[in-house]
Design a protein around this ligand. Sequence first.
Ligand code: P5A
Length: 440
Amino acid sequence: MRLSRFFLPILKENPKEAEIVSHRLMLRAGMIRQQSAGIYSFLPLGKRVLDKVCNIIREEQNRSGAIELLMPTIQSADLWRESGRYDAYGKEMLRIEDRHERDLLYGPTNEEMITDIFRSYVRSYKDLPLNLYHIQWKFRDEVRPRFGVMRSREFLMKDAYSFDLDFEAAQTAYHRMFVSYLRTFARCGLKAIPMRAETGPIGGNLSHEFIILASTGESEVFCHRDFLDLEVPGEGIDFSDAVSLAAIVDRWTTPYAATDEMHDTATWDALPEDDKVAARGIEVGHIFYFGTKYSSAMNAVVTGPDGKETPVHMGSYGIGPSRLVAATIEASHDENGIIWPKSIAPFDVGLINMKPGDAECDAACEQLYAEMGRAGLDVLYDDQDTRAGAKFATMDLIGLPMQVIVGPRGAKAGEAEIKIRASGERETIPLASVVTRVQA
Ligand code: P5A
């Protein structure tokens, strides 16, 4: 992508409304624009990151055996009356009336709708286990939306819903999602720590939040140092092996970890000082087992092997991709801007032409741009006629993992400078080695 043809509305000034660094950097880097309180457009740079996050989530959901569908954002109030949550959800739910005076709502979550889909088609235990997910916008009318897309009113959610015959099978479904989440966050370049959590309006009594540590996090969290070195399961993990899944979950839930809501000071105080990590954290995922709460209320039953009908056991599993984009920036930035982990960077590399109009410089850049493209790299080519200082500042701000800088002198000598965004390390190398160096 040539910067001259891209849409990257960089802000020079620090936006006053932004209280936290991710909000500030997302506005400045032209990733998002606020349309009304807590409602944002994702501009092209932001959309690229969001798509990358969603693709990682999708791959890991699919790997674990979950199946993607797509439910609408607008739901009928009648479904929610069946579960009793239409009134219980309160003011966070955006209620809408259509021209026929029918009550609708903009979905804050989809337990009712998925239960309705399930009960319409599934009758037998032989069709279980089943896990259906989608990635869809949600709306929650938060009293005080703030921090940009970190806590917005309209936000993207991946929500998965599992259906099983009994508690034991449902627990394995929970473990599958738990392990899938460990892999998902690790692939996004994040260390997420599972912590026991309150279940709030979703319900049930088994729940974990996945928290990443960041000094600006909303919750206070407490965990054992061991978490920092725990190994995340590899991609060969067998999601049909209930015993191995349980062993992984056991390993990841044994050391102490709790948010302030669930904090047990007695257990905490008993830990050796050196093992304690007290920090702030951001919830990027939340999983629930709530048994037959919705299936009983909504008559979602299956016939078991004994021929008897029983309400199906369910769980739901959420990740906020739009929040995850902001949370990554909270966890990975410096005074010059964002530092994207490779896996979710909007482009793999930024190519800077220091002197557009200089024949040798242009030729060297055009050649590198074409070669990197052929090698499958996603390149943002700054071909604009702007000051060197502004070019560097923009590249650092938008945080691509690597920069390739070509000036007239380098072009003449057949050389380019490589800069690693995270470390600031620079190196001059022959033009001919740039592609292999960037790929490595
Ligand atoms: C689980 C999936 C649920 O709604 N029902 C379906 C369950 N869980 S949750 O914890 O309430 O939300 C899941 C994830 O969505 C993100 N999230 C948000 N992101 C941005 N702005 C918000 N206001 C917001 N609220 C929730 C979080 O990542 C959360 O873990």
